[in-house]
Design a protein around this ligand. Structure first.
Ligand code: SLL
Length: 280
């Protein structure tokens, strides 16, 4: 099978996530260093291993070994780290370090040679500090008036208070291989990905938001559908706004036309000598 010849008219998609999880260092670990956090940055398959597992709150993605398609991943860390360009050539494709600050990490994914694909580059902002409290879940004070306390939805048990650690920040991406080479296509078919679960299997708020959008727990089909709905809604709203601006534009143009006519009339009146002047 050829690693050059491409399979016409075929695309194969594989879901990955990239990002980081962070925990606070313990008192003892902090002794004698200015580092405060331990973080792991990585590239993983989007689906998480089957539950239950001992630490569901720390298990984000990673059900599948991606080395059938990924040869290596490089992570470019902040320049003060020893050997800042980390090259990981075996799964899991991740780097664990400690530190005190957030910075951008350049993640470069290299595919297996038979794929004949160019490397892909992503930038990830290393996240150490918790997300701001979800404004929907934690919007109002409780009956006792304490600000920032969780507001349970009707008929629900009280929500747990947000905790400081761990913090998760993961981005979902779909790798789309258009017209893969024959041999890579065969490899892809041999490695069907673990499907995303229909819904988030974590208990509500067991984990922190996965990304800036504020999604909680794990990547699921439900989340994908919700995202689709959000995009549809945003598109409808944009169309509505364009329509409204078009209406405003037409109204302004009419007003402008009217004003121009008035200016013309005034100018004509000014430059035309008054009948009495002509008589002189
Ligand atoms: C900031 N611009 O000021 C960022 C830089 C750098 C974080 C953050 C320790 C590095 C080391 C560390 O966490 N650096 O020990 O080499 O927030």
């Amino acid at each position: 099978m050829s690693a050059q010849k491409r399979v016409r008219g075929v695309t194969v998609a594989r879901s990955i996530i990239y990002g980081n999880s962070t925990v606070l260092l313990t008192e003892e670990e902090r002794a004698g260093t200015d580092h405060t956090h331990r973080w792991t940055v990585g590239v993983r398959s989007a689906a998480a291993p089957a539950f239950p597992n001992p630490h569901p709150s720390q298990q984000i993605g990673g059900a599948d070994d991606l080395s059938y398609m990924i040869k290596k991943v490089t992570f470019k860390l902040y320049e003060t780290y020893k050997n800042p360009l980390r090259s990981i050539e075996q799964p899991p494709f991740e780097v664990t370090e400690t530190g005190w600050g957030e910075f951008d990490i350049i993640i470069k994914i290299f595919f297996v040679p038979e794929a004949n694909e160019k490397p892909l580059t992503f930038s990830h902002h290393l996240k150490l500090h918790p997300w701001p409290v979800d404004p929907i879940l934690y919007a109002q004070p409780t009956a006792t008036g304490e600000p920032g306390m969780p507001v349970p939805a009707e008929g629900e048990a009280p929500l747990p208070a947000p905790v400081l650690s761990p913090v998760h920040s993961w981005q979902y991406e779909e790798l789309v291989f258009t017209e893969p080479t024959e041999s890579f296509y065969a490899t892809l078919l041999e490695h069907a990905p673990t499907p995303l679960p229909p819904t988030n299997r974590h208990a509500r708020l067991l984990t922190h938001p996965l990304s800036a959008g504020g999604n909680i727990g794990e990547f699921s089909l439900e989340m994908e559908t919700d995202e689709g709905k959000r995009i549809d809604k945003a598109r409808d709203k944009t169309v509505e706004q364009i329509e409204e601006m078009r209406r405003q534009l037409v109204a302004f143009e009419q007003e402008l036309g009217g004003l121009k006519r008035e200016v013309d009339e005034l100018q004509t009146a000014q430059s035309t000598p008054a009948p009495s002047a002509m008589a002189n």
